[in-house]
Structures are given as structure tokens and as C-alpha cells.
Design a protein around this ligand. Structure first.
Ligand code: FE
Length: 216
């Protein structure tokens, strides 16, 4: 069973573009593509370097912030309580603030409940803690299927949960961005906060994955 928390109320990216949620940004996208081709053509940027830059923000710098928050919550019960009761303030203790992270809610995985995050309307995502959203997060199939068949989606990411684990799917909106607080992996009693943070993957904080095992 899963619970679908629908809050179809919009998206902050409208401030930038006034785009409708189901539509791409034709003019902006075209302008960016034109600019990129021109820069590449003139030899001013290397396309591989651009890809590298995007990958850095998508998978390294951004999610490392979220990983620090998660690791702190694992080692500090008082911090965990603050994170669950007022996530924006608790995350701001690290200095992680700014656009798309103003109104954060952290949802905690337990042995009974697994949380997954989506933006069914477009690509709302908590930038200050996760960086840029991955391409699949913005894709129509993920946005539609995670709501209808979260277990199947999770399986495609390589994770299977016991049948009695409830899956809750949280729909990001203009008002609220979600971060999943995954369960601390077994066998990590001896690890300090810094080493624990290394186990926290981006996907574990979206709910499409789980933290790494310390043995891996
Ligand atoms: Fe959105």
C-alpha cells in the first residue's frame, strides 16, 4: 500500500519562466542550446567539460550537503528531532539555505515505512541539499509511475522492500520540498559522522535508493 499526498499547487520555477508545469521551456531551452552550440563552435567551451560540470552539481557537490544533514541526524538524536519538526531551520544550521529550499520537510524511513519523493507536475527539488535534479527525476515516466507503482519503480533502481513495508510518495510543490531521512545502515556503530555521510547517496535522499553498506 502507498499513500499519495497530492498537492497540485504549482512550482517556484514559474517565478523564472512562467512556464506551465507540463510544458518545457521552449524559448529558454532553445536559447541555452543556441548559446551552447555557439560557444562550442567557437571553441570557447568543451562539451565534455560542460557535462562534467553538470554531473558535479547533480551527483557530487549538491547531494553532499544533504548527506551531511542525514549523517548528523544519525549521530545526534536532538538534531534528528529538530530536523523532523522544522527541517528548514535544522538544515539552515549547516548554512544550506536558498532558492528551492525555503520550505523543507524531512520524512523519515523506518522499518515499517519507506518514503519516495517526486514532483508530479515538473521538477521541484530541494537544491540547497541535493543540487540539480537528475534527468530521470524530471522525466514524465518517473513522475507518473512512481505514484502509480512505486514498488516497481524502486525495483528498477535495484531495491526491493518487504511486502509489509508501506511506501509513501510525497509530491513536491511550490510550498514544500521533501528530503528523505534514510535508515542508518547496519554495521555502522563505529563510524563517525564524516564516514557515515559517505554512505548517504543522492538516491537514498530521494527514496529511489538506500544508503551504501559500509562493507561495499
Ligand atoms: Fe514543480
Amino acid at each position: 500500500m502507498f499513500v499519495y499526498h497530492a498537492k497540485l499547487t504549482g512550482c517556484r520555477t514559474e517565478v523564472l519562466s512562467k512556464h506551465k508545469h507540463n510544458e518545457p521551456l521552449p524559448e529558454t531551452v532553445l536559447r541555452v542550446k543556441a548559446l551552447e552550440s555557439l560557444l562550442v563552435e567557437k571553441g570557447l567551451v568543451d562539451p565534455a567539460a560542460l557535462d562534467e560540470l553538470i554531473d558535479t552539481y547533480e551527483t557530487r557537490i549538491g547531494p553532499r550537503n544533504g548527506a551531511k544533514v542525514v549523517a548528523r541526524a544519525w549521530v545526534d538524536p536532538a538534531y534528528r528531532d529538530r530536523l523532523l519538526s522544522d527541517a528548514s531551520a535544522a538544515i539552515a544550521e549547516f548554512g544550506f539555505t536558498g532558492r528551492q529550499g525555503e520550505d523543507m520537510v524531512v520524512v523519515e524511513n523506518t522499518p515499517q515505512v519507506h518514503n519516495m519523493v517526486v514532483c508530479t507536475l515538473c521538477s521541484c527539488y530541494p537544491w540547497p541539499v541535493l543540487g540539480l535534479p537528475p534527468v530521470w527525476y524530471k522525466s514524465a515516466p518517473y513522475r507518473a509511475r512512481v505514484v502509480a507503482e512505486p514498488r516497481a519503480v524502486l525495483a528498477e533502481f535495484g531495491y526491493t522492500l518487504a511486502d509489509d513495508v508501506e511506501i509513501r510518495v510525497w509530491d513536491s510543490t511550490a510550498e514544500v520540498r521533501y528530503l528523505v531521512l534514510p535508515m542508518r545502515p547496519a554495521g555502522t556503530q563505529d563510524l563517525d559522522e564524516e564516514l557515515l555521510a559517505e554512505l548517504v547517496t543522492r538516491d537514498a535522499m530521494i527514496g529511489t535508493g538506500l544508503p551504501r553498506s559500509p562493507r561495499a
